[in-house]
Design a protein around this ligand. Structure first.
Ligand code: F0G
Length: 458
C-alpha cells in the first residue's frame, strides 16, 4: 500500500486554546462592535485572521535566538542576515525594519511623491495606504480573470501586461517611481504570479526606465507554485527559482512575518547604493540604526534561519497541502471560494455564499461574523470595508470581489482544525437563504478603516 503523506516535522511545544458557547460569542462580538479585530484572542478558538507573525518557529530558529547579538551598531546578527539576504535574493543592500509596512514607509519616503502613479497587481492595503498617504495613486493592473472566483487558472495573481504598458505609456517615467508586483497576490486570493509574468513585467519596466519592486511577503509560496505549475521549473529547487524571480527585480520590500516564519520583522533591499544611502537616513529616523532597524539581534537570527528553512520544498509542500485540504473539503460541501486554492489562505466568495445580503451591507463581513458565532473561528473581510473610501470622492469603493479570507498560520493548526473550519462553513452555507441582512458602519477612520471600524447589525 502506498504510504499516506505526513508532515516533515514533529511538534515539540503546544499552546492551549479553548472553545466557547454561542451565547458567550454573541456577547463578545457585540462588545467588539462586530469588528473581528477587536476580539481578544482568548475569545477565539481557531484564529485565521492572518498568517502574519502567527506561524510556529522551528527548534533551529529558537536556538538561533539565543545567539542574537544585541549590539547597537555592527551586530554579527545583522551581518548574518545580510549574508542570507544576499544569498537568497541576490540584493547587495538591505535595511532591516520592524515589519513590512515599515519597509514600505522607509523606501516610499525615499521614492514616492505627490502625483506619482504606482501600477501593480492588487496592492496590499498597507502598501496602498502608504502610496495614497503620499497623495500618489496605486493603479491596479491585475489580470481580469482574478475577479472570477470560479475560473481555475494556475497564475491568477499576474499583472496584466497590456494594462501595465498602457500606464507606462500614459505617464512619464519620473511620475512612476516603480512598478509594484506582489508575490503571491494576497488581495486577489493568495494567487501566484508566474515567472513568465515577472520576466515580462521586468522587460516592460526596463523598456520604460522604471524600476521593478517585488512586494515579497509570500515569495517562497510563489516559488512553490512556479515549481509545481509552470513549465520548465519542476526540476529547479525553490532557492534557484527565488534567485531567478529576484534577478528581474530592482527593489524589494518584505514582511518577514509570513514566509520568513518569524513573529516580527521585515526589510527593504535594493541594488542601488545611492538609493540605499538615501533610504538609510529614513531607516534611522523611523526604525533604528542601519544595522538593526526595527529588529533585535535575536529576531534577525531567527529570520536568517527562517528564510533558509522556508525556501526548502518540503516545508512549503506541507503548508500548501494543508491549505489545499481546506479547499477540497469546501469543494465537497459545494462552498464557492477563489479557485484554485491559494498559497496562504482560502478566500470564500461571500457574495455567492450570502447572495441575499446587499453589497452595501458588507456580505464578507457578515459571513465573518457568522463564522465566528458558529464556531469561534476568526477570518478577515477582504471586501468593501477593507477597500476604504475613494480618497477624492469619499464614496465607498466596492471591489469586484467580496471575500472572507481564512488565512492558515504556518505549522500552527492540525488537519483536525481544518475539518472543523470546513464543517462550520457548511453549517452556514446550509442556512444561507435565511441570512438576508448585514451591517452598517457607525464609526470609521479616514484611512485603513477596517482595523478599527465599528458596526451595527441591521
Ligand atoms: N505586503 C503584503 C503582500 C502583505 O500581505 C502584508 C501584510 C504587508 C505587505 C505588510 O506587512 O503586516 O508586516 O506590516 N499582510 C498581513 C496579512 C497583515 O494579514 O495579510 P506587515
Amino acid at each position: 500500500m502506498k504510504l499516506p503523506y505526513a508532515e516533515p516535522y514533529r511538534i515539540k511545544m503546544t499552546e492551549a486554546i479553548r472553545t466557547s458557547t454561542r451565547e458567550e460569542r454573541e456577547e463578545w462580538i457585540r462588545q467588539a462592535r462586530y469588528n473581528l479585530f477587536k476580539l481578544r484572542s482568548e475569545q477565539v478558538f481557531i484564529d485565521l485572521l492572518t498568517d502574519s507573525g502567527t506561524g510556529s518557529m522551528s527548534d533551529r530558529q529558537w536556538g538561533a535566538m539565543m545567539t542574537g547579538d544585541e549590539s547597537y551598531a555592527g551586530a554579527s546578527s545583522y551581518y548574518r542576515l545580510r549574508e542570507t539576504v544576499r544569498r537568497i535574493f541576490g540584493f547587495e543592500y538591505f535595511l532591516p525594519t520592524h515589519q513590512g509596512r515599515a519597509a514600505e514607509n522607509v523606501l516610499f519616503t525615499a521614492l514616492v511623491k505627490a502625483g506619482d502613479i504606482i501600477p501593480g497587481n492588487s496592492h496590499f492595503d498597507t502598501t496602498k495606504g502608504h502610496i495614497e498617504y503620499r497623495r500618489a495613486v496605486a493603479l491596479d493592473c491585475t489580470v481580469d480573470q482574478a475577479a472570477d472566483t470560479q475560473l481555475e487558472l494556475p497564475f491568477k495573481g499576474n499583472i496584466d501586461c497590456a494594462k501595465l504598458e498602457r500606464a507606462l505609456e500614459a505617464h512619464p517615467a519620473e511620475k512612476i517611481p516603480f512598478v509594484c508586483l506582489t508575490v503571491t497576490n494576497n488581495t486577489a486570493g493568495g494567487q501566484p504570479v508566474s515567472m513568465e509574468n515577472i520576466r515580462q513585467t521586468s522587460l516592460l519596466c526596463r523598456r520604460y526606465g522604471v524600476p521593478l519592486l517585488l512586494d515579497s511577503a509570500r515569495f517562497a509560496e510563489n516559488a512553490y507554485f512556479i515549481k509545481t505549475r509552470e513549465e520548465g521549473y519542476a526540476d529547479r529547487s525553490i532557492k534557484e527559482i527565488v534567485r531567478e524571480m529576484y534577478s528581474y527585480a530592482d527593489l524589494m520590500t518584505i514582511s518577514a512575518k509570513k514566509d520568513g516564519v518569524v513573529n516580527m520583522g521585515g526589510f527593504t533591499a535594493m541594488r542601488d547604493k545611492e538609493l540605499f544611502d538615501r533610504a538609510s537616513v529614513f531607516n534611522i529616523m523611523f526604525e533604528g540604526y542601519v544595522t538593526y532597524g526595527g529588529m533585535s539581534g535575536r529576531d534577525m537570527e531567527a529570520l536568517a534561519v527562517g528564510l533558509d528553512e522556508n525556501t526548502e520544498f518540503e516545508q512549503l509542500d506541507a503548508r500548501i497541502r494543508q491549505v489545499a485540504l481546506l479547499g477540497r473539503l469546501l469543494d465537497q460541501y459545494g462552498i464557492p471560494y477563489q479557485r484554485p486554492a491559494g498559497g496562504h489562505a482560502i478566500f470564500v466568495d461571500a457574495r455567492r455564499v450570502l447572495p441575499n445580503v446587499p453589497r452595501e451591507e458588507f456580505p464578507a463581513q457578515t459571513l465573518g461574523v457568522e463564522l465566528y458565532l458558529e464556531a469561534g473561528i476568526r477570518g478577515v473581510e477582504i471586501g468593501a470595508i477593507l477597500a476604504d473610501r475613494d480618497p477624492e470622492t469619499r464614496l465607498n469603493r466596492y471591489p469586484k470581489l467580496e471575500l472572507l479570507r481564512l488565512a492558515i498560520p504556518r505549522r500552527t493548526y492540525t488537519d483536525n482544525h481544518i475539518a472543523v473550519i470546513a464543517a462550520a462553513c457548511k453549517n452556514i452555507y446550509d442556512r444561507r437563504e435565511s441570512i438576508v441582512r448585514g451591517y452598517k458602519i457607525t464609526y470609521e477612520a479616514p484611512i485603513m478603516r477596517h482595523f478599527t471600524v465599528e458596526l451595527e447589525k441591521l
